[in-house]
Design a protein around this ligand. Structure first.
Ligand code: SAM
Length: 276
């Protein structure tokens, strides 16, 4: 029988955020695959976990995949961790999880920290629906296009960003979403210098124009306001539109149904207007 692949979340700064279950699983598996083995060695030493450790990161993940699958297929349990937070979220993990599933291997998440979720919960913006965008393209032109593509998105948006690009990204966000869009820049979550800069995009941009961005950031941006509903046409306009559709070959009933759906009206009423 094959082993289990555990995707284990680790702290994003504060070691107290490590879960009991994560410590137990890491202490029980046969092998731990880690993004940067030096970073993970420090974490494992802190929790007195001593297990064989191999690297699994963006540029060797294809090579490593077969090796990890072999371990799993011969019945060994493997844990995957990244430098911080949840594997597979803007970090390696999704590919090996998919391959393991395709090979009939049990894949188990060990939940814990995720910078996106921590930021979202304290940003003070709508959390009912949100869209995780992660890192934006580095090239200005591509970044602006990516922002434009989500400018009308009504769900709260969550981005990861490096400190040296923060000012430029905020400028591009002002251009794409407007100065008045509400947002929160969530810095150094769970760490000593944790900070939330909340306000409009213009205010946040001004804040970082005078306070150099340092540390790690999640940007949470309010979704776009829903477009104002288009006013329903009056009876005379509806009759004209109905006649146009009928002249174009649509049966009266279908034309009434189409206009009713378009303007949120009752098909029966539109049909009746046509008969007048
Ligand atoms: N897998 C991780 C997770 O679950 O959050 C994300 C890893 S991604 C490579 C690293 C990015 O996450 C950083 O550039 C930053 O945008 C965000 N991040 C990670 N730790 C953070 C923290 N303590 N405070 C704010 N942002 C953080």
């Amino acid at each position: 029988m094959s082993g289990t692949l555990y995707l284990v979340a680790t702290p994003i700064g504060n070691l107290e955020d490590m879960t009991y279950r994560a410590v137990r699983i890491l202490g029980e598996v046969d092998l731990i695959a880690a993004e940067d083995t030096r970073v993970s060695r420090r974490l494992l030493n802190h929790f007195e976990i001593s297990k064989p450790l191999i690297s699994y990161f963006e540029h060797n993940k294809r090579l490593r995949e077969d090796e990890l699958l072999q371990h799993l297929l011969t019945g060994e349990d493997v844990a995957l961790i990244c430098d911080a937070g949840t594997p597979a979220i803007s970090d390696p993990g999704a590919d090996i999880a998919r391959s393991a599933i395709e090979h009939g291997i049990n894949v188990v998440p060990i939940p814990g920290c995720c910078a996106a979720i921590s930021a979202l919960t304290a940003a003070g913006l709508d959390t009912h629906q949100f869209s995780f965008i992660g890192f934006l393209p580095r090239e200005k032109k591509d970044r602006r296009a990516a922002l434009q593509a989500v400018a009308a998105e009504q769900r709260t948006l969550v981005f990861y960003e490096a400190p040296h690009r923060l000012k430029a990204v905020l400028e591009d966000m002002v251009a794409a979403f407007g100065e008045q869009r509400r947002a929160a820049a969530c810095r150094e979550l769970t760490k000593l210098h944790e900070e939330f800069v909340r306000g409009t995009l213009a205010e946040i941009s001004e804040h970082f124009a005078v306070n150099d961005p340092r540390g790690e950031f999640v940007l949470v941006i309010a979704g776009a306001e829903p477009p104002a509903p288009t006013a329903a046409p009056d009876e005379a306009d509806l009759a004209d539109m109905l006649n146009e559709l009928i002249a174009g070959g649509l049966p009266r009933k279908a034309a009434a149904k189409q206009l009713a759906a378009e303007y949120g009206l009752s098909a029966k009423d539109v049909y009746a207007i046509g008969l007048k």
